[in-house]
Write a protein that binds this ligand. Structure first.
Ligand SMILES: C[S@@+](CC[C@H](N)C(=O)[O-])C[C@H]1O[C@@H](n2cnc3c(N)ncnc32)[C@H](O)[C@@H]1O
Length: 240
């Protein structure tokens, strides 16, 4: 059953963790106009994909791929022998992604319509991108599931909105406005990458757009797949 929580209730957004029903409703409503709204952030996408340091022939996961704005660039980086897997829970968004990639979907791009926390893939990936996916980053089960599908030593890049310093009121007003439309929970917006940092040793984080956006990158530890998934799931509180 879908949640009745509306994404336009700011206090609830601050108090509660990610809400799947609210996120689905939010992106169903935005799917047709989403690409125009993201224009300001496009240079960050390029930087995030560069940070993945993809090689020809590799497999890369695009977690919360939305309308597929990253897919073509990822596909170029891994080439015809590589594989791009987009994971997206909102059917209306993935329809846009399918239209965007057209016939290439049959070649080396696979789109999966499912929540990241239910991801099931054969084999493991070399890299994973979380581009403006705050809801995913605040769900321990989703992070654990993605990490389980990444090779030990696999690269992770995450970026998205964050609160800037306390004094930066205009920047935070901008973050507030953008977050109202794009997340189902503002919890953790001061350190959106914190749950990832608990799972990925040595995560490096830089600030972009006057602190309104973070860009983080790290390496999946070389522990066994079971250790990462079990340890992280046991320790972390579930935001839901
Ligand atoms: C701000 S959009 C980003 C889309 C894309 N990564 C981009 O950069 O254009 C966030 C996307 O994450 C998806 N999403 C949110 N929670 C998710 C989850 N648990 N599993 C998969 N997708 C999710 C939303 O449906 C939405 O399409």
């Amino acid at each position: 059953m879908r949640s009745r929580r509306k994404s336009s209730q700011p206090l609830q957004l601050l108090r509660q963790g990610p809400d799947r029903g609210a996120a689905l409703a939010q992106y169903e409503a935005r799917a047709a106009t989403y690409d125009f709204e993201l224009a300001l952030f496009e240079p960050i996408r390029g930087r995030a994909i560069e940070r993945l340091k993809l090689q020809l022939g590799e497999t890369v996961l695009d977690v919360g791929c939305g309308t597929g704005l990253s897919l073509e660039r990822l596909q170029r980086e891994v080439g015809a022998t590589g594989h791009v897997v987009g994971i997206e829970q909102c059917p209306a968004m993935i329809v846009q992604a399918r239209t965007r990639i057209g016939a290439q979907a049959n070649e080396n791009v696979t789109l999966i319509c499912a929540p990241a926390e239910e991801l099931q893939l054969e084999g493991s990936a070399d890299a994973a991108l979380f581009h403006f996916t705050h809801d995913v980053l605040r769900r321990p089960a989703a992070l654990d599931r993605v990490l389980r599908h990444l090779k030990p030593g696999g690269r992770l890049v995450a970026c998205g909105l964050q609160w800037a310093s306390l004094w930066a009121l205009p920047i935070n007003l901008f973050v507030w406005g953008a977050a109202l439309r794009s997340v189902s929970s503002m919890r953790g917006l001061e350190r959106p990458w914190s749950l990832l940092a608990e799972r990925v040793g040595g995560l490096e984080v830089e600030d972009l757009l006057l602190g309104a956006v973070f860009l983080a990158h790290g390496i999946r530890p070389a522990t066994s797949l079971g250790d990462v998934a079990r340890g992280a799931a046991d320790d972390a509180p579930q935001e839901a």
